[in-house]
Write a protein of this length. Structure first.
Length: 269
C-alpha cells in the first residue's frame, strides 16, 4: 500500500500534461464532449496545484507519507501482539489459571454477557493495566504482557532500540504534529535533532523500523514454537524474511552526537 501511494503521488505530476492533451484531443474525437472552458480551467488549476504538492513530496523523499507509515507501523505492532495473545488464550484457556491472571479483579457486570473472545479481550486489558504495560517503552510494553504467558524472552539490542525509537517518534508525529520536544531528545539522545525541528523520516529509516518490527514478530513465532515443543527455525531458513542487521546507530545508545545549535525547520532521520 505504501508503494502504491508513492506511485500514485508520482503519477499526479503528469496530470496537467494529460489534461492538456485531452483538451486538444476532444475536438478531434467528439466535438459534443468538449468541456466547458471555465470548467476546464478549474480542472487545470486544481491539477497544477496537486502537481506542485506531489513534486515537493517527491523531491523531499515523501516525508509525510513515511511519517504516517511509521505511526501506522507501531499501531499495527501493538494490535498484532494484542490479537495474538487473545488467540493464545482462546486456544490455551489453562493460562487463565496463572497467578498473574487469576488474581485480577474482574467486575462480573462487565465480564458476563460477553462472547468468549470479548471475555478474553477484557481479561487481557485488565492484565495490561494491572502490570502497567501501557506505561512502558518500546518492546518492554510487549514483553511485560507476554511474560505472564511464558512468551517473553531475549530481544536483539538493535531491534529493541529501533522499536523504542519508533515508538518515541510515533508519539511526536501523532501528538505534536511531528515537532521535536525535549521529551524526545531526553529519551532518544542519539537522534541528531533539536527542539522545534520537524521530524522527517526517510525511506531508508522507515525500512529500518520495518525490518525491526518483522524481526520481532519472527522472534515471537520462534517462542511459540518452543512453547508448543517444536524446535526453533534455523537462522538460515529465516534469512529470506529480512533478518538483517540494522544500522550501527541502533547498536549503542551513544552512537550519535548530542544535538547542538539553533533548531532548523526540518531534520531527516
Amino acid at each position: 500500500m505504501l508503494h502504491l501511494t508513492m506511485d500514485g503521488i508520482t503519477m499526479i505530476r503528469g496530470r496537467p500534461n494529460a489534461l492538456d492533451a485531452l483538451a486538444k484531443a476532444y475536438p478531434l474525437i467528439d466535438a459534443e464532449r468538449v468541456p466547458d472552458a471555465e470548467q476546464a480551467e478549474e480542472r487545470m488549476a486544481r491539477a497544477m496545484r496537486d502537481a506542485d504538492v506531489a513534486k515537493q513530496e517527491m523531491e523531499q523523499g515523501f516525508p509525510f507519507l513515511f511519517s504516517q507509515a511509521a505511526a501506522a507501523l507501531w499501531a499495527s505492532l501493538e494490535d498484532l501482539v494484542r490479537t495474538f495473545l487473545v488467540a493464545w488464550i482462546t486456544n490455551r484457556p489453562q493460562v487463565l489459571e496463572t497467578d498473574s491472571i487469576s488474581k485480577l479483579k474482574v467486575k462480573l457486570g462487565d465480564y458476563l454477557g460477553r462472547s468468549d473472545q470479548e471475555q478474553y479481550e477484557y481479561i487481557l486489558d485488565l492484565l495490561t493495566e494491572d502490570i502497567g504495560a501501557t506505561r512502558r517503552f518500546g518492546v518492554e510494553r510487549f514483553e511485560s504482557v507476554l511474560k505472564p504467558f511464558g512468551l517473553s524472552g531475549h530481544v536483539r539490542e538493535d531491534v529493541a532500540k529501533a522499536l523504542f525509537e519508533l515508538q518515541q517518534l510515533r508519539h511526536v508525529i501523532v501528538h505534536r504534529q511531528a515537532v521535536v520536544d525535549r521529551r524526545l531528545l531526553k529519551n532518544c539522545p542519539w537522534l541528531p535533532l533539536n527542539v522545534g525541528q520537524t521530524v522527517v523520516i526517510t525511506h531508508e529509516r522507515y525500512n529500518d523500523f520495518w525490518v525491526a518490527a518483522i524481526t520481532y514478530v519472527i522472534e515471537l513465532i520462534q517462542r511459540v514454537r518452543e512453547q508448543l515443543g517444536i524446535s526453533r527455525i534455523s537462522s538460515d531458513s529465516m534469512a529470506p524474511f529480512s533478518m538483517r542487521r540494522l544500522p550501527a546507530d541502533f547498536e549503542r545508545a551513544d552512537s550519535r552526537p548530542q544535538p547542538a545549535g539553533e533548531p532548523d525547520e526540518a531534520a531527516g532521520l
